[in-house]
Ligand binder design. Structure first.
Ligand code: ASP
Ligand code: MG
Length: 466
């Protein structure tokens, strides 16, 4: 008997047909004698709607949240009516959903009165999507004659109070999971836990950040000592490239934790970047699979990497970024300018995706999300004011309309010539490389190119994958 933790994303929970399919997968594996822990996302699009309800309310708009909540009510009610045959179960579920939605309505109303919403308030509001969807699936499993229960992860996952991107305390979480969740599994129940949400030590609802349900599943899976973690999505696995850009893209059969970390970080929206962390300590395998094609083995993510012939396993592109350059002849040999710049970037609450410095020390550059460009430039100019006055720093500027292209593969490590092949292929197609950076892990090479060249660059590099 194995313990399997399954996470189902928004499209897998997107409507009654999808949820029925999810239940079939759970029941099949339970019937094979496994213990199943299920973690779910909100129905597709719901988290975005909730955030919109919060922000329109905060702007003093009293009407939009009402429309949004009615839309949510309609969608969840319709799904419940399709999924639950037993009148008693259905009535109980609808009542449960309504009381959540009424609570949400009251909350949005108070935000509209206050005309203000804090990150903590945002987390509370965005927690409703998973609370609704988990109840739908649990009720459906009960309707099928199984013994299921919906559990809010705010009772299980303990985090710090860094709302909207909270960090779990693993020991406390493990303790709660052992106390409340493990007994359910031992009794043969099929618990359905909300992804994404958690709570602080004081019991205030927090979230693990957008797309955080994958991470929830990994945290809970680690805490129950799961044998397998399966992340169910709506594609067959992690692809060698975005198939809309590179039509010959295909599923990657095996990736290492390190490789998938680079991929998730560099924009392949397959897995929340922190997902593998809790699994690394345990060495448990993770699999990305397709709810709608469940016999496909998907992508296996395991501790060690498999070196493939072409060295490069995947190519991704991150858009909506800009390249910030700090230039000045007076910077040569002056310690601390880069450090102070990076501190200023951090104070502006901007994260850097890639950093590069020329060996002449006359300039360095880095890439940030484009919507952070103006405040970040202002923060750096403020920090380097004296250097600018003294003309040690000549120019701090942003180049927009660029894209980071990343090639990932552990086989690049210690293998000479991969960078040359990558750059050579781009050069052969007339694509100009603005910046090149190799991660110290040597699992990836990233290049900055003009946005107009992005599609071609991905295609050319994808052709390198043997
Ligand atoms: N529902 C959340 C989001 O849309 C979490 C998740 O689906 O992973 O970000
Ligand atoms: Mg996701």
């Amino acid at each position: 008997m194995s313990t399997i933790t399954m996470k189902f994303g928004g499209t897998s929970m997107g409507g009654h047909d999808a949820i029925a399919q999810v239940a079939r997968i759970i029941c099949d594996h339970a019937d094979q004698g496994n213990r199943i822990l299920t973690v779910v996302s909100a129905m597709s699009g719901v988290t975005d709607m909730l955030l919109q309800a919060a922000s329109t309310s905060a702007a003093g708009d009293e009407a939009t949240h009402i429309t949004i909540i009615e839309e949510l009510r309609k969608r969840h009610h319709e799904t419940a009516e399709q999924l639950i045959r037993s009148e008693k179960l259905r009535e109980a579920l609808l009542e449960d959903l309504d009381s959540l939605l009424d609570g949400l309505n009251a909350l949005c109303h108070s935000i509209a009165v206050l005309r203000e919403v804090t990150p903590r308030g945002m987390d509370l509001i965005s927690s409703f999507g998973e609370r609704l969807s988990a109840r739908l699936l649990a009720a459906h499993l009960n309707d099928l004659g199984r013994n299921s229960i919906a559990i809010d992860a705010s009772d299980l996952i303990v985090t710090d109070d860094n709302f909207q991107d909270a960090v779990p305390y693993m020991d406390e979480t493990r303790q709660r999971v052992q106390e409340y969740l493990v007994p359910c599994l031992e009794n043969g129940m099929l618990p359905v836990v909300t992804g994404f949400i958690a709570a602080t030590r004081k019991g205030i609802i927090s979230t693990l950040g957008r797309g955080g349900s994958d991470y929830s599943a990994a945290i809970l899976g680690a805490a129950i000592d799961t044998d397998h973690l399966w992340i169910y999505t709506d594609v067959d696995g992690i692809m060698t490239a975005d198939p809309r850009i590179a039509p010959t893209a295909r599923v990657i059969p095996v990736l290492s934790y390190g490789e998938v970390g680079e991929l998730a970080y560099f924009g392949a929206k397959v897995l929340h970047p922190k997902t593998v962390q809790p699994m690394i300590d345990r060495g448990s395998p993770v699999r990305v699979r397709n709810t709608f094609n469940p016999s496909h083995p998907g992508t296996l993510i395991q501790p060690q990497s498999e070196i493939t012939a072409g060295a490069v396993k995947a190519v991704t592109a991150i858009k909506d970024v800009s390249l910030i350059s700090v230039e000045g002849r007076g910077m040569v040999g002056v310690p601390g300018i880069a450090g102070r710049t990076f501190m200023a970037v951090a104070r502006a609450n901007t994260s850097m995706l890639l950093i590069s410095q020329s060996s002449s020390e006359q300039s360095f550059c880095f890439v940030i999300p484009s919507n952070r460009t103006a405040p970040t430039l202002a923060a750096i100019r403020d920090e380097l004011d004296r250097e600018i006055q003294r003309k040690d720093v000549d120019r701090i500027w942003a180049k927009e309309d660029i894209v980071i292209i990343t090639t990932v593969g552990a086989g690049m490590r210690g293998m000479p010539g991969v960078a040359a092949r990558v750059c050579g292929a781009l050069a052969a197609h007339g694509i100009n490389i603005l910046v090149i950076a190799q991660g110290s892990s040597e699992y990836s090479i990233s290049l900055v190119v003009a946005a107009d060249d992005a599609t071609k660059a991905v295609q050319v590099l994808h052709d390198l994958i043997a």
